[in-house]
Write a protein that binds this ligand. Sequence first.
Ligand code: 4NP
Length: 155
Amino acid sequence: MIKICFVCLGNICRSPMAEFIMKDLIVKNNMINSFYITSKATSYEEIGNSIYPPAKEKLMEKKIFFDNKKKASRLEKEDLNKFDYIIGMEEKNITNIKRILNSNDEQKIFRLLDYSNNPRDISDPWYTNDFEKAYNDIYEGCKSLLDFFIENNIV
Ligand code: 4NP
């Protein structure tokens, strides 16, 4: 069982999109029993809040199932030992994740697009309002991550 926690600043836009896009990919690849997937925030801003409505709309448009009861929660120090992979959306998330977890474990903590052909940050649609770009970047990241697990016999 591979345990993954996706992480962004608020846990209402990018990391829940990554959570449900990855779940969709593993369902379609018949790997549902091989993964445990969730998502969390580095900040306390949105704790307890639902996925941001424009992010929900984008997931619906792309026919990605999501849990309407998903609520933002914060990454905590104990999560270091609970997950195999703790995956941020941008470099700022990585800095914050390493601080919260007090760890520099780069086998466990990295950016979603680090394993893609074009490693880069995923811009925050909370500020850019570009949910289509966020979706496409996150999809590319999740697909690259799944390919990485398969190619390296991790799953
Ligand atoms: P996210 O976007 O990190 O992709 O969930 C944000 C959502 C809310 C805030 C910041 C980023 N906020 O400051 O409330």
